[in-house]
Design a protein around this ligand. Structure first.
Ligand SMILES: Cc1cc2nc3c(=O)[nH]c(=O)nc-3n(C[C@H](O)[C@H](O)[C@H](O)COP(=O)(O)O)c2cc1C
Length: 189
């Protein structure tokens, strides 16, 4: 079977972001037939059609190309005010646009798994909003298993290692489900 390459991003710019740490944990527990590229959203400017008209910024081209090289996407989102953080919505706005060479958005029909953690409810409202947002590009969102970490800070040690064994086992299950979902979609494409 072909390797499944995943493009991953976290909706947080914080140095000590737990959601980015979750992606790092995922990248360390990948099965042999998966690879992962974690993209830091910090270099992306705020979306502006004028900027696009002047020539798509290099950071956005890099973002598009790395995403386009992937077979599937993985997004770890915190919840801000019952929704996704603006930085993640901004990244999706950029990603939803066609590429510089005119090829369609790398989001179009792409398989996606959503994970994350936040406060008391683990970011369930943000994840629901994210599902609505990505419908625009007809993304193929993995429905199960769900993955939310309530009070996400309680699942990591001081060095941002995911130390909750149950959270680790469930994260590995999401990765395998994303791999299988991606292959299923490739098979029927
Ligand atoms: C502006 C702001 C709004 C927040 N709103 C919510 C919220 O609505 N629901 C929630 O569960 N947590 C909320 N939180 C908590 C964050 O989701 C939590 O701190 C999370 O760890 C941030 O993600 P990060 O560690 O990856 O940066 C909020 C935090 C901030 C800074």
């Amino acid at each position: 079977m072909e390797t499944v390459h995943v493009f991953a991003m976290a909706g947080s710019l914080r140095k000590r972001s737990y959601n980015r740490a979750l992606l790092c944990a995922a990248s360390e527990m990948l099965p042999d037939d998966m690879t992962m590229d974690i993209f830091d959203l910090a270099p992306l400017p705020l979306f502006n059609v004028d900027l696009e008209a002047q020539g798509v910024p290099e950071s956005v081209q890099d973002f598009h190309e790395r995403m386009d090289a992937a077979d599937a996407l993985l997004i770890a989102t915190p919840e801000y005010n019952w929704s996704v953080p603006g930085v993640l919505k901004n990244a999706i706005d950029w990603a939803s646009r066609p590429m510089v060479d005119g090829r369609p958005s790398p989001l179009d029909s792409a398989p996606l798994a959503i994970i994350g953690g936040a406060g008391r409810l683990g970011g369930v409202r943000a994840q629901d909003h994210l599902r609505q947002i990505v419908l625009h590009n007809d993304m193929r969102v993995l429905n199960k298993p769900h993955y939310m970490l309530p009070s996400i800070w309680n699942h990591f040690d001081d060095d941002l290692n995911l130390v909750d064994e149950d959270a680790r086992v469930r994260l590995a299950q999401v990765l395998i489900a994303l791999r299988d979902w991606t292959r299923q979609l490739q098979h029927f494409a």
